[in-house]
Write a protein that binds this ligand. Sequence first.
Ligand code: NAP
Length: 263
Amino acid sequence: MSKLLLRTALAAASPGTDKAVLLLAGTAEARQLADLLVTDGRLRVISSLAGRTIEPRTLSGTVRIGGFGGVEGMASLIRRENVVLVVDATHPFAVQISANAAAAAKNNGVARVALVRPPWTRDGKDDWKEVGNLEEARDSIAAGSRVFLALGAQHIDVFAERDDATFIARMVDRPDHPPFANCKVITGIPDGLLAAEKAMLSAHRITQLVCRNSGGDKGFAKVAAATELGIRVIMIARPPPPAPPHLATPDEVMEFIDAAFSP
Ligand code: NAP
């Protein structure tokens, strides 16, 4: 259906019309896709960030930052900018923006695809405890643990109830206020190297890791490091995925666009 919508929009556009793709970003895959789309050049690229990080990494395209103002805000940008395709390349745990994208595209009769990076799956070595949400993760922590929280800043308050454990939370930016008394914040973007993650977990004498099943090779380094060090992993399962269609990689999105352009 989405491919048909895109094909129809491309066919209906008069020559020279400045058609655009709206790329909802905030992930490494979105950055890769923005590069591919800009290099491809057939669609004007509007790359959108929520504005959660103070200094976001470089992103190709015309970058806009900040919320749209809900479904109607995104819908009006779609109309104003002559958007013929919305690519939802947001994080698998960013549920609201994905729902908004699906509704805004549908209401405008515009094609949408979701770039959904595959979740991590266990192999023989992995022995993580899977939980459904942050509260279950909090309740799964053993008393007396030193816990590494690989979660965004907005997701750690729930652990404040556990005054019988010590927490280290890694964030991109230092928060204005320390989260809670027994939680220390470290900042930085991990480089995805196993040795670095092992060194970091060892330096903080971590005994339990709490993370979300975000998927992606770089993010898995902390899980692999914890497994090798015998650190217990508490893995928060993904929320329901965005509405289909789903594509797994930036290249698959480009193939989708190619197919819609080809006669
Ligand atoms: P969310 O709960 O799904 O979205 C909340 C609101 O933030 C949306 O309704 C929208 O505001 C705005 N928003 C979110 N993504 C946007 C985007 N790409 N461009 C413009 N506005 C956006 O999202 P979240 O979990 O707070 O995540 C925010 C962003 O950070 C996402 O883009 C995501 O890709 C990225 N990110 C999230 C995580 C995570 O763990 N959730 C991790 C890494 C990166 P309006 O309703 O006003 O339009």
